[in-house]
Ligand binder design. Sequence first.
Ligand code: C2E
Ligand code: MG
Ligand code: MG
Ligand code: MG
Length: 285
Amino acid sequence: HAKGAGRNAFRFYTEQMNVDAVAHQHIRVGLRRALEHGELALHYQPQISLSSGAVIGAEALIRWNHPELGLLLPATFLPTAEESGLIVPMGDWVLQEACRQAVEWLEAGLPEFVMAVNISAMQFTRGDLEQSVLRALADSGLPPALLELELTESILIQDTEKVLETVQRLKSHGLMLSIDDFGTGYSSLSYLKRFNVDKLKIDRSFICDMINNPNDATIVRAIIQMARNLNLKTIAEGVEDEHLLSFLRLQYCDEGQGYYFSRPLPADEFARYVANNTQQLKLIP
Ligand code: C2E
Ligand code: MG
Ligand code: MG
Ligand code: MG
C-alpha cells in the first residue's frame, strides 16, 4: 500500500512539475512578446517627504498588461524573467521608459522629483548596467541626480570586484543609490560605507507590524538612528495608516511610501496626484 501511495505521489509530483514547466514556458514566450509588442507598463508610486509632505520621488514598478489575463503584478512574471535572463532587456526597457517619463513630466512643468528604478541582481552580473544607465540618461536627457537605482542587499553582499567597481562607477556619474528591502537580507553592515549609497529603504515587513510588535519598532528606530549617524537618508516602505506615519515622523524617518499616500498609479494618474498633492497632504508638524 505504502509503495503504491509512494508511486502515486511520485507520479503526481512529476505531472505537477510538467504543468509548472509548461506554465513557465508559456510566461516566458509571452514575456518576450510583451517586451516586443509594448505590453509592459510602468506604474509610479509617490515617495513623500515626512517633514514637508512634498512628493520627492516616484518608484517605477513594472506591470504587464496581458492580452488575456489583464494587469499582472511583478510577482507573477519576474521569477520567470530572472530565470530566462529576459530581466536584462526588460530592465533596459524599464530604465529607458522611467527616464523618458521623468523628462516628460519635467517638461510639462511638474515639480522636480527623483525617479527610482528597481535593479535586479542579474543586471549586474549578466548585463552592462553602467552602459544601460548612461544610455537611458543620454537618450532622455534626464539629469543623473534625478535618477535613483534601488539595489538589494543580495547584490551588494556578492561583493565581487565587478559589483564594487560597477557601483562606484555608477556613483561617479552622480546617480542616487538606495538599498531596497533593507533589513531583510544580511546583517553584515560593513558594505554600507564601502558602497557609498544614499538611502536605506526600510522593508515593509518591519513597518507594518511596528505598532503592535515592540521588536519591529526597535529595529526601525535602530535603522533610522544608524542611518542618521552614517549620513544616509531613510525611507519607510508600506506606510498604510496615520499611526505608522506619526511614529515614523517622531523617529525622524526622512521619507515614506505606501498606500496611506497612494498606491502605485498609471502615469496619467500619478501626474494628477502630484499636481493635487498640496491639497491631499497635510502633515501636522
Ligand atoms: P519593491 O521594490 O519593494 O516595491 C514595493 C512593493 O510594495 C510594490 O509591489 C508596491 O506596490 C508594494 N507596496 C507599496 N506600498 C505598499 C503598502 O502600503 N502596503 C503594501 N502591502 N504593499 C505596498 P509590486 O509593484 O507588486 O512590486 C513587487 C516587487 O517587484 C518590488 O518590490 C520589486 O522588488 C519588484 N519589481 C517591481 N518592478 C520592478 C522592475 O521594474 N524591475 C525589477 N528588477 N524589479 C521590479
Ligand atoms: Mg523597490
Ligand atoms: Mg522595496
Ligand atoms: Mg519590499
